[in-house]
Ligand binder design. Sequence first.
Ligand SMILES: [Zn+2]
Length: 559
Amino acid sequence: MLRRFLFAAGMAVVVGACSTSKVPAPAAAVDPGRLEAMVKVLASDAFEGRAPGTPGEDKTIAYLIEQFQAIGIQPGGPDGQWTQAVPMMRTFLESPQLAFTYPQGQLQLVQGENIEVSTVRAAEHIHAEEVPLVFVGFGVTAPERDWDDYGDIDLTGKIAVYLVNDPDFAAEPGEPAAGRFGNRRMTYYGRWAYKYEEAARRGALGALVIHETEAAGYDWSVAAAGAGERVALASNATGPAPIALQGWLHEGAATELLAMAGHDLATLRRAARQPDFSAFELDGVQFRVHSDVTVTRFDSRNVLGLLPGSARPDEVLMVSAHWDAYGEGPPDAQGRTVRAGANDDALGTAGVLEIARVLQTGPPLERSVVFALWTAEESGLVGSRAYAVDPVYPLETTVANFTLDILQTAGAAQDVILVGEGQSSLEDDLARAAAAQGRYVTPENLPENGLFYRADHFSLARAGVPVLLLMGIAGGADLVEGGRAAGNQWIADYVGNCYHKPCDAWSPDWDLSGAVQDIELFLRMVEDLGNARRWPEWRPASEFKAVRDNSAAARREDG
Ligand SMILES: [Zn+2]
């Protein structure tokens, strides 16, 4: 606690220096009382769990705009509006008939049991017979790592069958793939989103990823939980049309499928780890799908606030969190139905509002700061993706994105957890800002879970913007009281009992001193970069360096 108060006092002096008051203004530090008050409102029953497209959304949007107005932030959306429209759709496959067929018979596939498929195409039916299947291994095309699994295979109108994760996840030391994809650390190439996009780029009808618990980072029940429903961005003018069918194939069904074509899953896994592996069609086996699709369209909104820069307003720093949560669900043991998302991510949202308030109170920054409160993160990063494909401020001159998504509520920490080690120079900024707080940086302890690819900052990363995410479940913090063991215990309790459940509610047991430290970290980094001329950069090994490099001419260091 002492460390936090020292730091807060330091913040106040910075602002006090430019005012005539002898007493440092108390408004200059992140205020845990304000965080708590905002979380209590956002996570209250009246907000119904803040599901996009519900009355809970209307209340949330009105409240967020009110907060921005009260602290003197300008509207930051298109045409001077507070909000950016996010057209969305919900698709559901109605009792899909699915099977693998081969001359001797067929393997019936049962939605939720041995397959989980859905669609992000706004079509009323999906009907396809005698569809060829192609085993594509990990399905990676990574020129910077000298890796290509596709060769000259044509995927047009076919189903691509993928292994989950990337080629070196299970590689033994000494295998040629070892270390080519960050070892156990997940790369973008390991994520299902990448695999679906690659299949779409190649004109495939669909993509099935063979589920494995360890390599996926979650078990079959989680993979199958979608149950044929998807929520997605309804209009996506850029990029190829999405595949018609996407999802997971249970390991058992995959084993049977490959056996029908005369192959063995374990053997193919080893083969796919070899650099000379090339995709091939599964002889004699075909896929069949018949399903009606229910498509429901609705509109949601991102909320955007702006603090214009005094000298270089076109250079934009972005601080963000997601306002949405999981709406209402089945009652828990205490009869609660509202999944309030108090921590995930009402607390992050409150953190963004606090950063906005403190910056607005302080001396103007040379660069602009945009405060982005995204919708539909829980539906698959939809709001942030809508922004990335139709940005209000050019992405090539967006300096960095800072994202708060789940902050630990167990008290002050000696360290801060870094998600995505080795991705960008922002980790150097983080280390400096943490040192100024008397804290040190600890890399996330489960990089194989790929958290770097699972929050809204990732939508910006894919578009080339350097990003930094603070996420309380990325690794147990070294707490001032109780050390790392206490930090790990907090994660075990939160993830085990509360994550995405009614239990994620405000509690009088919350100790926000660690969350305040993290919010102040971002505040300090934004203040620093807000008056700097430098542009954070991706590291040479990052999957996102190439796209950023394409727009290098738009960024000048000399102003
Ligand atoms: Zn979240």
